[in-house]
Design a protein. Structure first.
Length: 98
């Protein structure tokens, strides 16, 4: 699979997760859901896997990617506090009506 093919699959899964769950959750919820979707496509996924960072052949630290896909694509999952607040506000308004 080419890098472009992998990228296309990851983006498709991210859209599916976002459209299914909507806004309002913490990043870990989206990260877990995205892992499930990627694994359903047969992709190898590791979460919070330490990745050795090297500079000029020497290790200079570790990086923890939220998702490490097929041993070559690392991803950070982000959730906007703004979207969580809008979701809480919408939910409160809904419950206030009843």
């Amino acid at each position: 699979m080419t890098d472009d093919d992998l990228t296309h699959k990851i983006i498709g899964c991210a859209y599916k997760v976002h459209n299914s769950l909507g806004p309002g959750f913490l990043e870990k919820v989206y990260e877990n859901a995205l892992r499930i979707e990627l694994e359903k496509l047969g992709l190898s996924v590791k979460q919070q896997e330490p990745i050795s960072v090297k500079y000029e052949g020497q290790e200079v630290g570790e990086y923890y990617a939220d998702l490490w896909v097929d041993e070559r694509s690392r991803h950070r999952v982000k959730s906007s506090p703004d979207s969580r607040e809008r979701a809480r506000s919408s939910t409160s308004e809904l419950f206030d009506r009843y």
